[in-house]
Design a protein around this ligand. Structure first.
Ligand code: SAM
Length: 248
């Protein structure tokens, strides 16, 4: 059926592509991709030959027009980014918006996303998370952004490139204090995957201990702030425990 298929691709391990993704990549009339070279590697790996349409950050409008024209002819178009889920810290959202606005069908094909992979292995027991993605490069803007998040009780999810990881972890420690836990999810699904959890206070030393720990792609998770009522609850529980022991 004619639709724009928003299709997740692997974030490292090529085996993490879904069967449904391979099927749609095979039957689609064209694949709109962030980087045609990158996507041809994936397609070659699975023996799929396809018409590729460039749909990156800088041509999302024109790409949307092309895609809409094809959809109006009844075609099936797959939309992919370089890695993971399109439109998650990646191009794609504007195309999806335009296709929806044109009254055409959009179908998600779920699969890998670095944020969800890191959350699943974090051991943070909190249903709420807040996806931030990349922080601003400039330190003042970054500090400002972090200040606004300091009281958030949700797990915070950041993306970071290797050359800024040390700086970012220092900024997190400054903004959130030493006690909250951090999870550094590095090279997920790849050969040198590490998921390290520790109090923020210990994270700079952990990174400094071995320069390999600073290499690769990162998801950084920070435990949410304690809820305002938490102390009261703890006190109520303490009193209840005493009462239960004393009561006949
Ligand atoms: N669309 C992707 C997704 O769904 O996760 C995100 C694309 S974003 C441009 C790239 C960033 O995602 C990297 O800088 C890193 O922070 C994170 N990332 C992607 N793959 C990763 C991996 N295998 N391990 C850890 N982080 C990864």
């Amino acid at each position: 059926e004619s639709a724009l298929y928003v299709l997740a691709t692997p974030i490292g391990n090529v085996c993490d592509v879904t069967l449904r993704a391979l099927h749609v990549l095979t039957i689609a009339d064209a694949v709109a991709c962030e980087d045609t070279r990158n996507t041809s590697h994936l397609l070659t790996r699975y023996g799929i030959s396809q018409t590729l349409i460039a749909a990156h950050e800088h041509n999302e409008r024109e790409a949307a027009d092309k895609i809409i024209a094809r959809l109006q002819q009844g075609q099936r178009i797959a939309l992919v980014s370089d890695a993971g889920t399109p439109a998650v810290s990646d191009p794609g959202a504007r195309i999806v918006e335009a296709v929806r606005a044109a009254g055409l069908r959009v179908v998600p094909l779920p699969g890998p996303s670095a944020a969800v992979a890191a959350l699943s292995a974090s051991g943070f027991v909190n249903d709420a998370f807040r996806f931030i993605g990349f922080l601003p490069n400039k330190s003042r803007q970054r500090e400002h952004a972090l200040q606004k998040l300091a009281a958030d009780t949700a797990t915070l999810v950041f993306y970071e490139a290797p050359h800024r990881i040390v700086e970012t972890v220092d900024a997190l420690l400054q903004a959130f204090g030493p006690e909250r836990h951090v999870v550094l999810g590095r090279e997920l699904t790849k050969l040198f995957e590490t998921v390290h959890r520790c109090p923020l206070a210990e994270a700079p030393a952990w990174l400094a201990e071995d320069s390999n720990r600073q290499r690769g792609e990162f998801v950084v998770l920070v435990e949410g702030a304690a809820a305002a009522g938490d102390d009261d609850n703890a006190e109520a529980e303490r009193v209840l425990r005493i009462l239960l022991e004393e009561l006949p």
